[in-house]
Structure formats: C-alpha cells, structure tokens
Ligand binder design. Structure first.
Ligand code: HMG
Ligand code: MG
Length: 300
C-alpha cells in the first residue's frame, strides 16, 4: 500500500469551526485558540473570513483577529474571500493568503454565496487577478464534492470541472469539501480519480466533515491515492451555516492519531493540540467531538 511520508494538516477550526457558533466568540478567545494551534505546530491556520457580517455574524471580527495575530515564521493564516469586496478588505488588513470557495452544486452555491456556479467563477477570476497583482496566494475550495444538502448525489465529473476551473485560474491548491459529511471511501476515491485527471494529486486537499462518522475512513482511502493535505478542525468544531444538519470537520486530534499510527510525519504535537482543543471546548462549554481527545484526556 502506498501512503505519503508526510501530510500537511490545514487547521480550519478558527474559521470553519467557529463560523456557525450562534454566540459571538470574543476576539481574545479566537486569538488564544490560534496561538495554541501555532504552539501545537500547525503549519496553516485558517483564521477567519471576509464575508457579509449579515450572512455570517460570527466572522465579523475577522479583520480585528487577523490584525492582532503575531505571525509565527513558517505559519500561514489564510482568510476566506467570496468576492472583490472581500478581497479589498483582506488586502487592507494585510492578508497574505486567501481562499476562494466554489461548489459543485448549483443549489448550494445559490444558498451559500447567492449566485450561480458560472457567476461565482467569473467573480473569482476577478478576485484572482486582484490577488495576483497584490502578490497574495490563493487556495480554492470546492464544496459538496460527495453530496449536496439540497441536490443529493453529485457526479464526480462536475466536481472535476469546477476544481479544474479553479486550478486553471491559478489556485495553488484545491481543497475538496465533503460539506455535509455524507461520503464513503469508494465514493471518495472515485471523486479523487476524476479530479486528479485535471488537477495533479499533489495539489489536492481533502476537507471532510464527519457527520456520518466516515471522515477518517474516507481520508485513509484518499491517502492511498496520494492526497497529502488534510483539512481538519480542532475538537471537531463546526459546520457550514448553509448545510443544515452537517456537523463539524473531522477532528484534528483524530486525524493526527491516525497519521501517527500510520507512521506519517506531520510535525504536530498531540499534547499541545489537546490543550488547544480543551481550551476552546471549555469556552464553548461543550465536550470535544473528537473521540481521541476524549480518550486521551480521560486517560490523563
Ligand atoms: P449578496 O447579498 O448577494 O451580496 O451576498 P451583495 O453584493 O448584493 O451585497 C449585499 C450586502 O453585503 C451589501 O451591504 C454589501 O456591501 C455586503 P449593504 O449595502 O446591504 O449593507 N457585502 C459584504 N460585506 C462584507 N464582506 C463582503 C461582502 N460582500 C458583500 N465580502 C455574499 C453575497 C457572498 C457576500 C454573501 O452570500 C456571503 O457573505 N456569504 C457567506 C458565505 C459563507 O461564509 N459561507 C460559509 C463558508 S463556505 C463553507 O463553510 C464551506 C467550506 O468550509 C468547504 C466545505 O466544507 O465544503 C469552505
Ligand atoms: Mg467546511
């Protein structure tokens, strides 16, 4: 069996993890979480988004959060951007990396960003041009790659088409989102087979939510195809406001435990990661969704 020697974990907790929280999380708490994630060794920490505060109120403090980050060398702090207005806000804030987010489902695109897939691609080419001029790196997301909360099944070639457009536009990495967490391993592999026809597998990331408890199995399946970037959220926080019933991302602790067991290098310290998870779980007054966090904490 072929597995990558190293995996890069992209921590999306401060953005994807918190965006759906109904009670505002104070800026100091977001910053303390980001600091603890840096201490744990996460190389990429998605810190927030420049979206409409009416649509996603929890992310309204993103500029304030970003400005207060004391960037750790070697760590990047991408911010989500849906349009030119978001890019302008990001540039004004001094952001060095953004993520644009499209989807393989028309209905989800409408609910999430209020336009069609075609319109979103046109908007993003404009964002891409502005980002290139400013020397800002751009990551691309495709949502609903293994199913849509409104349309159900999504064909792998539709995912490949949208992923290919974002890649052609200049995104350095394409993150494939199982937004609702409905996928299963063979389906995940077939989707990667289709997408890797148009985007090299080294530029793909797996962004799997764990609603049906399949995320680790799906990740193990796509690791065998050469995917070596995994998005996850500390403590398994989160969910998308436009994907009703979807639970959090796969927990970073669970991913790390699996990768450690497979002998795959990540550079992440489990004890420190557990501390980050405990911190935010205590703040939210919630048990971590991560089974590994619960098991290791109980043992300690
Ligand atoms: P719209 O209503 O069509 O936008 O929303 P508009 O251009 O007509 O503007 C309406 C108002 O929004 C105006 O303000 C604009 O200024 C303002 P008003 O005049 O009414 O006061 N506005 C903005 N404000 C701040 N920042 C901006 C911005 N743009 C317009 N960038 C829009 C379109 C895209 C803005 C809206 O639909 C939106 O913000 N959606 C947020 C979507 C979102 O954040 N979703 C969650 C993230 S995606 C996700 O979680 C999936 C992912 O994790 C991968 C996976 O799991 O699959 C990435
Ligand atoms: Mg997500």
């Amino acid at each position: 069996m072929q597995l990558p020697e190293k995996v890069k974990i992209v921590e999306v907790g401060p953005r994807d993890g918190l965006q759906n929280e109904a009670t505002p999380v104070p800026v100091e708490v977001k910053l303390a979480l980001i600091r603890k994630l840096e201490e744990a060794g996460l190389p990429v920490i998605e810190a927030g988004s420049f979206v409409s505060p009416r649509w996603v109120p929890q992310m309204a403090s993103s500029a304030e959060v970003f400005r207060a980050i004391d960037p750790k060398p070697g760590v990047s702090y991408p911010m989500l951007v849906p349009n030119r207005k978001g890019l302008d806000a990001a540039l004004e804030t001094g952001v060095k990396e953004i993520a644009i987010f499209a989807a393989a489902s028309e209905s989800f695109t409408q609910k999430n960003i209020n336009c069609s897939i075609g319109e979103s691609i046109a908007r993003y080419s404009d964002v891409m041009q502005g980002a290139e001029q400013a020397g800002v790196k751009v990551r691309g997301y495709v949502s609903c790659v293994l199913g849509c909360p409104y349309e159900g099944e999504i064909a792998a070639d539709r995912v490949a088409e949208v992923a290919g457009r974002l890649h052609d536009m200049g995104c350095y990495e394409i993150s494939l989102g199982d937004t609702v967490g409905v996928g299963t391993p063979l389906k995940a592999q077939r989707m990667i087979d289709a997408v890797s026809q148009v985007v090299p597998v080294a530029q793909l990331a797996a962004h799997f939510h764990d609603t049906y408890g399949q995320a680790l199995a799906n990740l193990f399946a796509v690791l065998q195809q050469g995917v070596s970037v995994i998005d996850s959220s500390v403590s398994g926080l989160g969910g998308c406001p436009y994907a009703r019933g979807a639970s959090g991302n796969v927990a970073t602790e669970d991913v790390l435990y699996m990768l450690n067991g497979l002998g795959i290098e990540t550079g992440i310290d489990m004890d420190r990661l557990l501390q980050a998870g405990q911190y935010i779980s205590e703040h939210l007054q919630r048990q971590p969704a991560s089974k590994v966090a619960r098991a290791l904490t109980a043992k300690a």
